[in-house]
Design a protein around this ligand. Structure first.
Ligand SMILES: [Zn+2]
Length: 241
């Protein structure tokens, strides 16, 4: 039972398992995207606060799933590293070891930390952004429903923010820099980073006055709220004679 062949085999099986666990991440991300989209739709169509709150609890469940999956994958990886390093004569009960490592991670989990998780914070931020773009303040979110005129005015006022600092034209797929909060056209900033990279140089944030001197691809996240605001604006200006 303890020939090297057996432990190699089990290690390979664990690797296969791990990669299918990592596939689950994709399903969680899809769920997060859909939930965000629904919540943004709800806000856009007139702010039923209770329905938005429902989406918030769905998002918390996704954040918990995401945390558990991350911790499980980490537990498996840690266990495998430990087994490889210690190279015990007997093949250990991997399942038991992984479970112990996982339980260790889970012990420190709290609802509070879940609300501070990246997934949840990003969700809240997108909702806040859309409300801001629509001119709805946090407090009045569930008060008087907007009439079309006031929405149009506030969207027109923020029209300047729709322009990409690189292309100088209205953005189509805006991304937000997590570091400074500035927004750019996805394709334009990616191309800029790539061109600079080929010269072994960092990319400065192209927004005038910003002191971020190194924009990384990994700092860029899609800004769905802004995209919606731009789309609303586009529809409104097309509707005019
Ligand atoms: Zn910036």
């Amino acid at each position: 039972m303890t020939s090297p062949g057996t432990s190699l085999l089990s290690a390979a099986a664990v690797e296969t398992c791990l990669s299918s666990l990592k596939n689950c991440q994709g399903y969680i991300d899809t769920g997060v995207d859909i939930t965000t989209g629904v919540a943004l739709d709800l806000i856009q169509s007139g702010c039923d606060a209770a329905a938005v709150a429902d989406m918030e609890s769905v998002m918390l469940e996704y954040a918990a799933l995401n945390r558990d999956l991350t911790q499980y994958v980490r537990a498996v990886e840690e266990t495998m590293r430990k087994v490889r390093r210690d190279a015990p004569d007997e093949v250990p009960d991997l399942k038991e070891l992984v479970y112990e490592a996982y339980a260790d991670h889970q012990r420190t989990n709290t609802d509070e930390s879940l609300k501070k998780s990246d997934k949840f914070l990003q969700f809240k931020e997108q909702l806040r952004d859309l409300k801001k773009q629509m001119g709805v303040s946090q407090d009045s979110a569930d008060a008087a429903p907007e009439d079309d005129d006031s929405e149009e005015v506030s969207v027109t006022q923020s029209f300047a923010n729709f322009k990409c600092p690189i292309t100088q034209s209205e953005m189509v797929s805006p991304v937000r820099n997590k570091v400074c909060g500035h927004k750019y056209e996805k394709e334009a900033i990616e191309k800029m980073i790539q061109t600079r990279q080929e010269k072994n140089k960092h990319t400065r944030c192209p927004r005038v006055g910003c002191d971020v001197s190194h924009v990384r691809l990994s700092d860029l996240v899609p800004d769905k709220a802004l995209k919606r605001a731009i789309d609303i604006h586009k529809r409104q200006s097309q509707a005019k004679p």
